[in-house]
Unconditional design. Sequence first.
Length: 202
Amino acid sequence: MTATPIPRNAITGLILAGGRGQRMGGRDKGLQIFAGRPLAAHVAERLRPQIGTLLISANRNRDAYAALGAEVVSDETQDFAGPLAGMLAGLRAARTDYVLTAPCDTPYLPEDLGERLGAALNASLAGSPAAYAATAQGPHPVFALLHRSLADDLAATLAAGEHRVRAWLARHKAVQVHFGGERPFYNVNTLDDLHTDTPHAP
C-alpha cells in the first residue's frame, strides 16, 4: 500500500537564507546571481509547486528577499545561530501544520521533495513529526519536513546551546528518506561555484 503524500496546501515552504555567507566573503548567499537569477529565486521556483505558502528566513536584505514574492522572517536572536534558528522562525510564522525547509544555495533541489518526505511521515509507524533527505553520500538534514508542533522544543534546544540540525532531528526519531542522485542536493558554496551551471555530481 502506497503512503499518501501530505497535501501541498498543508505545507509552508521555508528557504533558509539567514547565514553569514562566510565562504563567499560575507556576501548574502541567497542573493548571489547563478544562471542569471538570485540563488534563492531558483529555490523558490522549485519549492512553489510543492507548497501552499512560501517563507524566506533572512537576517539581512529583507526587502530584496521580499521582492522574490515571499514573506520574510528573521531569527529571534541576531547572532546568526544557524539553520535551526531559521527553522524556528519558520515554524513560528507558519499557518500550516507542516514546514518544508531547504537551503538557499541549492538550485536543483528535488521537485518531489515535499511529496516524498510527506509520504514517509504518513507511513511512519513511530509517528515521527519530522523527515529529512539523504543520499548515498550521507544525510541532508536541512532538507526537512517538520510539524509545527516542534517549535517549542526547538526553541528550548537552541536556548540550551544545541545548534546541530541532525542531532535535534535524531532526538525526534526523524524519518530518513533516501533519494537516488546527488545532483538535486548540489549546493553553491563559493564564488567560483556561481559560474558552474552544471555540477559534475552523478
